[in-house]
Design a protein around this ligand. Sequence first.
Ligand code: CP
Length: 302
Amino acid sequence: MKDRHLLGIRDLSKQDIELCLETAKGFKDVLRRDIKKVPALRGKTVINLFFEPSTRTKTSFEITEKRLSMDVLNFSVPSSSVVKGESLLDTIKTIEAYGVDFIVIRHSSSGVPHFVANNINASVINAGDGINEHPTQALLDAFSILEKKGSLEGLDIAIVGDIFHSRVAKSNIYLLSKFNNRIRLIGPPTLIPEIKNYNIETFSDMDKGIKGVDVIMMLRIQLERQGKGFFPTIQEYFKYWGLDKKRLAIAKDDAIVMHPGPMNRGVEISSDVADCPQSVILDQVTNGLAVRMAIMYLLSGI
Ligand code: CP
């Protein structure tokens, strides 16, 4: 990859994305072996800095780093000097002084990974910044679509729900647009931002929006980021924009259902859909390992 940081998808080339997905295929084979660890990044040190909660991304990065034989440190924000008021800049400069090679960072403020990358020498990976981007999620989503549909081009893809607050949606829109897919954004008009310069259709009527699509990407309603009432009630949200079996039947027969997690079952997705054969939600989790191994390997420049 051209850059030594992964801060977002918007500035990645199609070739970089293809290289990452191809490399991830190789790592997926490695992960099927009895011994899943490779010496690729032995001697490199990484610190995982999660200023926001995470189950999937944090666990996935830690397993990835151990599979690549890295020395791994997990920074615990609540027991760090951040709670004594130490600034972000002093925190990362302190970490840099230990000679770390990679910083994986998640933060509630958009742009923090870019700020870190501008101030230190280590490679920085954005593990989700505010409502901006979640590039490793979009890459693992692309890998999962490619694996299930056999192609990443020319598909009809519905992204449904709280697009305004979703860094996953933004990164996916940037990535999927580079591959000539037809993207439909579906949800309450209050949660669909204007995204200029992209070939996107928007729908407030979910039944119309998911008609005949190949991929349905459901998004979590981000209750922690809802400053005001973007929709009347949870019950109404599910009625108009929730995915249940009846609605799933409107998509193509072989449509796949995706969700980055964590899911609000009964709010944006019913349990019978989340757990049905068309759901690839746990495949997305599994694929996160191979994709993050590829990203770290490529960024290391080895
Ligand atoms: N998909 C995702 O980012 O999940 P976590 O918040 O659990 O990491």
